[in-house]
Design a protein around this ligand. Structure first.
Ligand code: R5P
Length: 292
């Protein structure tokens, strides 16, 4: 059975369809003191695949509750799919006294599952923090699907070195165009971002800026701003995880973005393409490998 977290209901439904598994109707309640209570009434006691993006602290609690609920109901085997793993950017103790938050979250999840599937975790090394087997699925190629076929002399641009790989993946999936990257500097105090443009000529070209996540939108809007200033024609912002916190969307619009394209690892208005087929393939391959 596919068991959805409250923030991943559309993706979980698509996964149920893609794998032929039943979709559980979980419930998500809250007590007057703010505590949550997620439950899976009618769970059939077989295999459970919990699908829950962790884009908020509440979502983490809900995920732990859903894992525990299916175990309590007799699940023989639990797989946990975390389409967007929050806290993955806190993958180290950056200053004296700080926790390794990604590790703390991973350890907590590991207590209630047999395996974990992540989609494009911000740092691949976070997979090592789990105490159970982890598969990190690369779904970036789906971002090419919603791009129009008529992009003019397209450039697929990574806003920093860390995103070069996914920019290349999207270019390859699109089937045409060049890739390049900016250098990024983020002021740790203010969070402000500056990008140093590459030498690539962008005047009159369509540019797709590709990143793993758009969070505050500072990285993406800075990049769009520079590209528009340098004469790019249409600038598309594409990301696997459209967190789009606070005023990210308006920052992007103000910078002159033509379109924002994201997947449904975080379900937003711009989630125009689904990672469900990529996840379904991974889950079915796992089941075959386990003889299920
Ligand atoms: C950084 O390494 C990531 O790939 C993203 O560029 C970054 O997390 C985006 O954050 P924001 O939208 O807050 O600039």
């Amino acid at each position: 059975m596919i068991v959805p977290g409250s923030s991943s209901q559309l993706l979980a439904a698509a996964l149920a369809e893609g794998t032929g598994r039943r979709l559980a109707t979980a419930t998500y309640d809250r007590f007057p003191d703010g505590e949550r209570l997620a439950a899976v009434p009618g769970f059939d006691g077989g295999q459970a695949t919990v699908v829950a993006t962790t884009d908020s602290d509440e979502a983490w609690v809900e995920l732990l509750q859903l894992q525990d609920a299916v175990r309590e109901a007799g699940a023989e085997d639990v797989t946990t799919v975390i389409p967007y793993m929050g806290y993955a950017r806190q993958d180290a103790s950056f200053r004296d006294g700080q926790p390794v938050s990604a590790r703390a979250m991973a350890r907590a999840v590991s207590t209630g599952t047999d395996r974990v599937v992540l989609v494009n975790p911000h740092e691949p090394a976070v997979a090592d923090f789990y105490d159970v087997p982890v598969e990190a699925v690369d779904a970036a190629s789906v971002l090419a699907e919603p791009l129009t076929a008529d992009l003019r002399d397209p450039l697929f641009l990574a806003p920093d070195e860390g995103a070069i790989g996914i920019a290349e993946t999207v270019r390859d999936a699109y089937g045409a165009g060049e890739t390049d990257h900016f250098e990024k500097h983020r002021d740790r105090g203010t969070g402000e971002v500056e990008v140093s443009p590459s030498d690539a000529s962008v005047a009159g070209r369509d540019v797709v800026v590709v990143d793993d996540i758009v969070a505050t939108g500072s990285t993406m809007s800075e990049s769009v701003d520079v590209l528009v200033e340098r004469g790019a024609d249409r600038v598309v912002a594409a990301c696997v995880h459209p967190m789009l916190a606070e005023n990210a969307v308006t920052k992007l619009r103000a910078a002159g973005v033509d379109r924002i394209v994201g997947t449904d690892t975080i379900e937003r208005g711009c989630s125009v393409v689904s990672v469900a087929p990529v996840l379904a393939e991974a889950l079915v391959a796992d089941a075959v490998a386990e003889g299920g």
